[in-house]
Write a protein that binds this ligand. Structure first.
Ligand code: GAR
Length: 200
C-alpha cells in the first residue's frame, strides 16, 4: 500500500476528495500524514475528525529552510511515497523538490501554462477566456510549472461570476486529483522532457 503525504494551507476540499477515494477503495493508498503551514486550516480539523495524523508546521516568521526541513523530515519519518499539494500556498525550494524526485504532485485551477499563481479562476474570467479548467502536474522548483499528468477543461459561461466558475472548476478538481494519483501510483510512465508518457 502506497503512503500519501498531503500538504495544505486552507479549506482542504481536494484533500477530502482524495481521502474519500482512499476510503472507497478507489486508490491503492493510505494517507500517512496531513501537514499544514497554518494552524487554522479547515483541512487540519477535517483530517483529525477522520482520525488521520495531522501536523501543523507554521511558516510565518520563520526561515524557509528551517520550516521546510521540518516538513521534509515529517514526511520522511512517515515513509511517504507521494507528496500531494492540495491548496498548499507555498513555493517549494529546490532542496525540497530534490528530496522527493518526481514524487510531488500539485493541483492548480487553470489549464497551465495559462494563469499560474494566485486567483487563477479570476485571472481566466478577467482575461475573457472561453475555456479554463484544472491541471494536475509534477512539482518542480518553479511555480505551477512541472510536467503535466492530467488536465480537465471547463467552459466559461456568459452567466459566470467568480463563485460559479470556481465551483465548477472545483468539482472537476475533485475528480481529476484522485485520478491523477491513481495513474501515478499505477506506474508504467516515464517523463520525456516536459511530457509524462504513460505506457499503460
Ligand atoms: C484549489 O482550487 C486548488 O486548485 C488551488 O487552491 C484551492 C485549494 O482548495 N491551488 C492553487 O491555486 C495552487 N497554485 P482546497 O483547500 O479546498 O483543496
Amino acid at each position: 500500500m502506497k503512503r500519501l503525504g498531503i500538504l495544505l494551507s486552507g479549506r482542504g476540499s481536494n484533500f477530502l476528495a482524495i481521502a474519500s477515494s482512499v476510503a472507497a477503495g478507489e486508490l491503492p493508498a493510505e494517507i500517512a500524514i496531513v501537514i499544514s503551514n497554518r494552524g487554522e486550516a479547515r483541512g487540519i480539523s477535517a483530517a483529525r475528525e477522520r482520525g488521520l495524523l495531522a501536523a501543523v508546521v507554521p511558516s510565518r516568521g520563520r526561515e524557509r529552510e528551517e520550516h521546510e526541513s521540518e516538513v521534509v523530515s515529517l514526511l520522511q519519518q512517515r515513509q511517504v511515497d507521494l507528496v500531494c499539494l492540495a491548496g498548499y500556498m507555498r513555493l517549494l525550494s529546490p532542496q525540497f523538490v530534490r528530496a522527493f524526485p518526481h514524487r510531488i504532485l500539485n493541483i492548480h485551477p487553470s489549464l497551465l501554462p495559462a494563469f499560474p499563481g494566485l486567483e487563477a479562476q479570476r485571472q481566466a474570467l478577467d482575461y475573457g477566456a472561453r475555456v479554463t479548467g484544472c491541471t494536475v502536474h509534477f512539482v518542480d522548483e518553479h511555480l505551477d510549472h512541472g510536467p503535466i499528468i492530467l488536465q480537465q477543461a471547463v467552459p466559461v459561461l456568459e452567466s459566470d461570476d467568480l463563485a460559479a466558475l470556481s465551483s465548477r472548476i472545483l468539482e472537476q478538481e475533485h475528480i481529476a486529483y484522485p485520478e491523477a494519483i491513481r495513474r501515478v501510483l499505477g506506474g508504467g510512465w516515464t517523463i520525456e522532457g516536459r511530457r509524462v508518457v504513460f505506457q499503460r
